[in-house]
Design a protein around this ligand. Sequence first.
Ligand SMILES: [Zn+2]
Length: 172
Amino acid sequence: MEDLCDACGYDARTWDTATVADLIEVRAARITALLEGAGDAARRRPSADVWSPAEYAGHVGDALRYHRYLLNRGRAEDRPRLDVPDPDATEVVAAYADLDAGAGAALVREQAARTAALVRDLPVADLGRRIDQGDRVLDLALVMRSAGHEIHHHAGDIAAGLGSPGPAAAPP
Ligand SMILES: [Zn+2]
């Protein structure tokens, strides 16, 4: 759950909901274009311990769905207390192995559209609402900016896996 990342250059600490929603849509378009042009290369791991582009697409879909879950819980409840999920859980990662380029692209397209719509409509007054997640306190501003990080960061991973340049760290 980050809005600042040295690895990919993402820094959304001052971004508003419209900027993050725009970024999610633009990065989703980039990912789906990459995957739809990739064919079987989308299922190839660059090395044994690096996910294939299609596996990263599966992770992006799950991450965006989870961010929406947090935003909805945080808006509906007064400071809910939630566990930290394990993104590397065996059954989760195994499900990604079934994805091909087309399924991965469809997943990212749907999850990004739903997440961008939710972020775009978040009232400013709700951005300070808080969630206790494990031993961290998150506010909804961080959660919505972190959704943008997930798709930005992994757009870079997917591009790298297909030998293409990653997206710039700047907002769209
Ligand atoms: Zn990053």
